[in-house]
Design a protein around this ligand. Sequence first.
Ligand code: NAD
Length: 441
Amino acid sequence: MTTAAGAGRPIKPAEGKLGVLLPGMGAVATTFIAGVEAIRKGLSRPIGSLTQMGTVRLGKRTENRCPRIADFVRLASLDDVVFGGWDIYRDNAYEAAKKAGVLSEGHLAALRPFLETVKPWPAVFDPSYVKKLQGESVKKGRNKRDLAEQVSADIEGFKKAHGLARLVMIWCGSTEVYREAAEVHATVEKFERGLEESSQDIPPSMIYAYCAIKAGIPYANGAPNLSADVPALIELARKTGVPIGGKDFKTGQTLMKTILAPGFKARLLGMNGWYSTNILGNRDGEVLDDPESFKTKEVSKLGVLEHILQPHLYPDLYGKIHHVVRINYYPPRGDNKEGWDNIDIFGWMGYPMQIKVDFLCRDSILAAPIVLDLALFLDLASRAGMSGIQEWLSFYFKSPMTAPGLYPEHDLFIQLMKLKNTLRHLKGEELITHLGLEYYD
Ligand SMILES: NC(=O)c1ccc[n+]([C@@H]2O[C@H](COP(=O)([O-])OP(=O)(O)OC[C@H]3O[C@@H](n4cnc5c(N)ncnc54)[C@H](O)[C@@H]3O)[C@@H](O)[C@H]2O)c1
C-alpha cells in the first residue's frame, strides 16, 4: 500500500563545492577521506554507502520504479567534496591514516599525494575530557568564547580558500568522558554565558558544534558524548535553520544487535541475557580504556536492547534480561576489532537456546560510509529547509537524538523505512506502508 503523494519540498540544487569539516582526524576520518578519494580515482567502489549504492522503490511494486537514491534526490557529487579538520596531532591525513593502520600499504601509496594535502588545524582540546591523550597542537585562548571564535575563523578561511558553496561538520573526535546535561546547556543564552566564563561543563565537542550550528552548518556527532544533544544547541539549530544529528555511529556489535534483536522480537522468542564483549587495539580503544570515556560508550550501547525489546509490553519475554557490554583495549588487534556476543534465548514451553556471534570486523571500514552518507544527507536536509533533529538519520546512530519525551527508534529496518519514506516525502512521492492489499482487490 502507498499513501497519497504530496507536493514535495523545494530543494535547492547541489551546486558548487561542499566542505566536509571533521573535528578529529583519526582512524574513521582518514579512512573516510581516503575512501572518497579512492572512489573518485576509480580505485574503489562505495561499498556500504546508501547514498552511493542504495536504491528506493517508488509507487506500486507493479510499477518497477526503483531508482538509485543518488539519482532520485539531488546529492552533492563526490567530485565536489573538499575535506578540512582539526586534531590534537599535527599529522596530515596520510600520516594519520598510516598510524591508524586501517588501510593497506597499496592503498596508502596510491592515495598519498592527496592525503598529504589534508592537514588538520590545531584543536580545541581539554585533557579532562579525554584523559588518555596529550595534545600537541592545541589552541590557546582567553576563554571558551575566544576558542570558538578561532574555530569559526578556521571555517571561514577554509571556505574562502576553496571557494566552498556549502559546509557540513561531522564529529569524528575521541569519545569524551560521561557528562549529563547541566544548567549551562539549558538555553542558548546560558550556553553563550558559559563560553564567556569558560564553564567546565562545556567540552570541546560542544564548542565545535556551537560554531557550526551558529554559522548555519549542519552538524552530526559520531561519538556518544552529548555534543549537540543539549537543549541550548537544539534551540540554536532551530533558530539558525540547521539540521543536526547524532549520536555515536552504529557500526560493529551494535549494528549486529539492532539487526538480530528485532528478529527475536518479531518471533516472540524470549531472552534471558545478552553478553557482549569486544577487544580492540586502536586509539579509540585506548581512549575507551579510561572508565569515564567507557561509561559514555556503555550508556550508548546499553540503551539499544531495552528500546527494541520493550520489556514493559512483553514482561514474560524480556522482563529479566541481563545485558552486559565490555570493551577491552588489546593493542595487537589494532583497528580490527573482535566482538563476541552470547545470547541466551528461550522458546516454546520455556526451553533455553543459545546463539554465539563472533564478529571479526573493521571498525573504521564500517564507519567511513556512514560519515559520507551523513555528510551528503545533512547537506540535502539543509537545502530542503529542514532544521533541528533529523530523526530520519537514526539509521546511522547507536543513540539517535529525538525530540524530548520521545523514545528513540533503534530497529534498523524501521529506521531504514523511515529514511526512505523521508526521501519519498521530500520528493512528493507516495509513502510506502507495505500493506499491499490493493494487489489482491
Ligand atoms: N569506528 C567506529 O566504528 C566507531 C563507531 C562509533 C563511534 N565511533 C567514534 O568515532 C570517534 C572516532 O573514532 P576513531 O576510531 O577514528 O578514533 P581515533 O582515536 O582514531 O580518532 C579520534 C581522533 O580525535 C582526535 N581528537 C580528540 N579530541 C579532539 C578534539 N577535542 N579536537 C580535535 N581532535 C580531537 C584524536 O587526536 C584522534 O586523532 C570516536 O569517538 C569513536 O568512539 C567510532
